[in-house]
Design a protein around this ligand. Structure first.
Ligand SMILES: [Zn+2]
Length: 426
């Protein structure tokens, strides 16, 4: 149910970029593996998959060199220890100490540094669980003791501004150009996903500003914290997102009037895709070649792109038929129904009567049923009548309570000023 004009091919390229972005995000989440250093392997030994190397730290002159164990796919603690010929008995004793639980959750790329005694026992083991947390086990007299050391990172506020332009036409490219990480680009897109369709509505000249927490350790950026405020000027209209925690301790993002950005339905059930066929009641069907109303929106996307539930609800159908291929129907309360057609497959556990959360993946883009290429056909029904999901007005989540309006204003006004000053300066 779609054609492929050349502009769409460009957009398909952008989608590939988004997939690359997601891969990158995964790479960012995963810790960086240390550089493996080849060590001579005795001829009889099987090839070693663990990189064992002397660390840069100078060991005490009378102690053996520090050993670094780098976790690879499929490694566990006992295989790592065996490969480095460390005592299995010591490992057992270390694991039975209090606070040693984290050692059971090794992830590829992580390092464990081991200091042996002159007699070959383990003197100390240091395991960096993450940049701010280290597990340390030390042999004291004859007993092992494990402690967890944490350091508190410095939190700095950072403001970045970017613009959609000819050389940077996608949110991803413009975001990278502005210095945003992949995680921040996704977080910003998620903030505005109820109001802006990044699939359809992005234009040259659109601009964004984001104020966020940068977590630093010894002057180095180790992570990003929350987005405190953001604005997105789309098609001349300014959208603002202001983070606020109310007196009940609930945190959300609101506009400057205290209205929640969070709505009952997402604008697009597919992230960053593009619309190849709009809602049109007098459309010529590309396969059946007769006028048939197009009662939904087609989102062209790569096969396998996750399809997200537009709102909280209950699955009433997850089936297959000749025209729709694999399809899902979700009931949202009394009034609303959404339909998702031509899926390549359903997501794990998706079946009738299952409860579903907004944004949850229900299946993957495909071309099953009557479809000329991979796309999602999406329908939105109100009281059983098809409506255009792009333009229908959507119910809002709870606004800031009137009783808290003064506190809310006092909290967000500095952020609003900062956002607007940044816009003027750029
Ligand atoms: Zn369609």
């Amino acid at each position: 149910m779609r054609k492929y004009p050349s502009t769409h091919l460009k957009l398909a390229g952008l989608l590939v970029a988004v997939c690359a972005a997601l891969a990158l995000i995964n790479a960012l989440i995963a810790p960086t593996p240390s550089e493996p250093v080849t060590i001579p392997i005795p001829a009889k030994e099987p090839p070693q998959s663990v990189a064992v190397r002397a660390d840069q730290i100078e060991p005490a002159p009378d102690l053996p060199q520090l050993i670094r164990l780098t976790v690879k796919n499929g490694d566990n603690l006992s295989s790592l220890f065996a490969k480095a010929r460390l005592s299995a008995g010591d490992l057992q004793r270390i694991l039975s100490t209090e606070n040693a639980d984290a050692l059971a959750d090794l992830r590829p790329g992580q390092n464990i540094d081991v200091q042996k005694t002159t007699t070959g026992r383990i003197q100390q083991l240091r395991y960096a669980i993450n940049p701010t947390t280290t597990l340390i086990t030390t042999l004291r007299n004859t007993e092992y003791q494990t402690t967890i050391e944490t350091v508190r990172p410095d939190i700095l506020l950072k403001t970045l501004h970017g613009r959609i332009s000819k050389p940077h036409p996608s949110l991803y490219h413009a975001g990278k150009q502005a210095g945003l990480s992949d995680n921040l680009i996704m977080a910003m897109a998620n903030l505005f996903q109820w109001d802006i369709s990044f699939a359809l509505d992005l234009r040259e000249g659109d601009e964004f500003t984001i104020v966020f927490e940068a977590l630093q350790l010894n002057g180095e950026l180790i992570d990003e914290g929350n987005i405190l405020a953001a604005s997105f000027v789309n098609l001349g209209e300014t959208h603002e997102a202001l983070r606020y925690t109310n007196s009940e301790g609930e945190t959300g993002y609101f506009d400057d009037n205290g209205e929640s950005l969070h709505k009952a339905f997402l604008r697009d059930p597919v992230h960053f895709s593009h619309v190849s066929s709009s809602f049109n009641l007098k459309r010529m069907h590309p396969i059946l070649k007769r006028t048939m109303p197009h009662r939904g929106i087609d989102y062209a996307a790569n096969r396998g792109t996750p399809v997200r539930a537009a709102g909280d609800g209950k699955i009433i159908k997850a089936e297959r038929n000749q025209a729709s291929g694999n399809f899902v129907v979700i009931q949202h309360g009394e009034q609303y129904t959404t339909k998702y057609l031509h899926l390549s497959k359903f997501a794990k556990g998706i079946r009738a009567s299952k409860k579903i959360k907004q944004g949850q993946t229900i299946g993957y883009v495909g071309a099953t049923g009557l479809a000329t290429g991979p796309h999602l056909h999406y329908e939105f029904l109100v009281g059983g009548v098809h409506r255009n999901p792009r333009t229908v007005s959507l119910p809002n989540a709870a606004a800031v309570a009137t009783s808290e309006m003064q506190a809310f204003k006092a909290h967000v006004n500095p952020w609003v000023s900062l956002l607007r000053e940044t816009l003027i300066k750029n």
